[in-house]
Structures are given as structure tokens and as C-alpha cells.
Design a binder for this molecule. Structure first.
Ligand code: URA
Length: 236
């Protein structure tokens, strides 16, 4: 195994890949802190520099999805956001513009945010997968795992107070569970990682593209958004 493959493998293992797909959401209350990694959280250094490093690593990372995609799509919004939104993967508009959630689903997302007094500029928006899958197909488990370390690094850099997962792919990736959204939504979960001093309260809710197709679920989405709004009000 060459050095770069070995480094990649170590990185993926350190990111907790072996906890992927459990029967219930991941809840690491009793994590041991990894030696030598506590400084990461104490470092209040420039988030932009760290996010730029993630982008550089994504550009250097060879993914088969890149062959059929146009632009790498990483994030939009505010690096100091209290709320991080995580979607699935870029669609056609995002692939053209290199910005997440700019198509029809993105427009609905903007409205959903406005409904709880958040502007798009107030939140950090990203996806599990950073290249558009061919024909907008759902990313498979290997692709989710391939991009998970980059997503985990973004969470650790941004350190949002709350995470709002949009759709089943984001829920599977971040809560490490195959449970359906109907079972996961409507309650708070916790995202924990060895590189975070505290778990991050997390909600899993419906993807705006799904809501466009199935508007009858909007009432549940609204309940989930209100749960987030309540926490934001209480903690400000
Ligand atoms: N759907 C997603 O999950 N992400 C986007 O960026 C756009 C549509």
C-alpha cells in the first residue's frame, strides 16, 4: 500500500467509519477522547482557512463521480453559523453553479428558513456528497462513506450549535442508521465525534425535493423546523 493510500485509510478509520449503519442512531456518550486531538477544538483559528483546506483535499481526491459532474459543490452560507444544514448531493443546477441548494429544492429551502426567521446567509449549507451523481441518482453507501470524512471535518471546523439533516441520505450518514426518516424525525438526536468536545443536537427531517413531490409531509417538516426555532430562541 502506498503512503497516500495508507494515509487515506487511516483517516477514514479515524473518522469512525466502522460505526456506520447501526440499528439505532449513534450516541457516543462515553467516548474516550483521542490523545493529541483535543487541541483541534481549542484552536479558534480561521475557519475559512480550514474549510479551504477541506476544499483543496476534495479537489485532490479522485472520485468516480467527478467523471460525470461539472463543478465541485461544497458549501454556501456563513462559517460562523449556529445551524448547519446537510443535504444529499448536488443536482443539476448546483452542478452548474458549484453552490448547494440553488435549484427548486433550494428555493423551497430558502422559504423554509424564512419561516423560522433565518436567512440563507445565517446558516451553513452543505451536502453529504460533493459531486453530482449521474442522473441525480441517490448516492450509494460507498459514495456516502467516501465523502463522510470531508463532511465530518466541516462539522468540526464550523462547530454549529445545531445540525438539521435534510433527507434520508444525510440522516444515514450522520446518525449512522438505516432507520427511515418517519422514525427519526420529530425528536432531537446527538451527533458526536472524537474531535468534538460536545455532541451537537441534531434533527433529521424531510428533504425539500421530497416535499416538492409530497407536499402532505410539509406539516411534519414545519414541526421539525419549529423545534429548531425553539432551541435557537432559548439559547440566544
Ligand atoms: N439536493 C440536495 O440534496 N442538495 C443540493 O445541493 C441540491 C439538491
Amino acid at each position: 500500500m502506498n503512503q497516500s493510500n495508507k494515509k487515506n485509510l487511516e483517516f477514514i478509520i479515524n473518522s469512525g467509519v466502522n460505526y456506520f449503519l447501526q440499528d439505532s442512531p449513534r450516541n457516543w456518550f462515553e467516548n474516550e477522547k483521542k490523545l493529541g486531538q483535543s487541541d483541534f477544538n481549542k484552536n479558534t483559528g480561521d475557519k475559512k482557512t480550514h474549510i479551504d483546506e477541506v476544499i483543496k483535499d476534495l479537489k485532490n481526491h479522485k472520485s468516480s463521480l467527478q467523471k460525470t459532474a461539472t463543478k465541485l459543490v461544497v458549501y454556501d452560507g456563513n462559517l460562523n453559523a449556529k445551524v448547519m444544514l446537510i443535504g444529499e448531493a448536488p443536482g443539476s443546477d448546483e452542478d452548474q453553479q458549484g453552490i448547494p441548494f440553488v435549484g427548486r429544492a433550494g428555493q423551497l429551502l430558502n422559504k423554509m428558513l424564512l419561516a423560522i426567521n433565518l436567512q440563507r446567509e445565517d446558516v451553513y449549507i452543505t451536502n453529504v456528497v460533493n459531486w453530482r451523481p449521474p442522473d441525480n441518482r441517490t448516492p450509494n453507501d460507498n459514495e456516502i462513506l467516501e465523502f463522510l470524512p470531508f463532511l465530518q471535518r466541516q462539522i468540526e471546523i464550523i462547530k454549529p450549535k445545531f445540525i438539521f439533516l435534510l433527507g434520508g441520505v444525510a440522516a444515514k450518514a450522520i446518525l449512522s442508521t438505516p432507520l427511515a426518516l418517519g422514525k427519526l424525525r420529530g425528536k432531537w438526536h446527538e451527533y458526536k465525534s472524537l474531535n468534538l468536545e460536545q455532541g451537537i443536537p441534531t434533527i433529521a427531517s424531510y428533504h425539500p425535493a421530497f416535499l416538492l413531490r409530497s407536499p402532505q409531509y410539509k406539516k411534519h417538516s414545519w414541526e421539525d423546523l419549529q423545534m429548531l426555532q425553539e432551541k435557537l430562541i432559548n439559547e440566544s
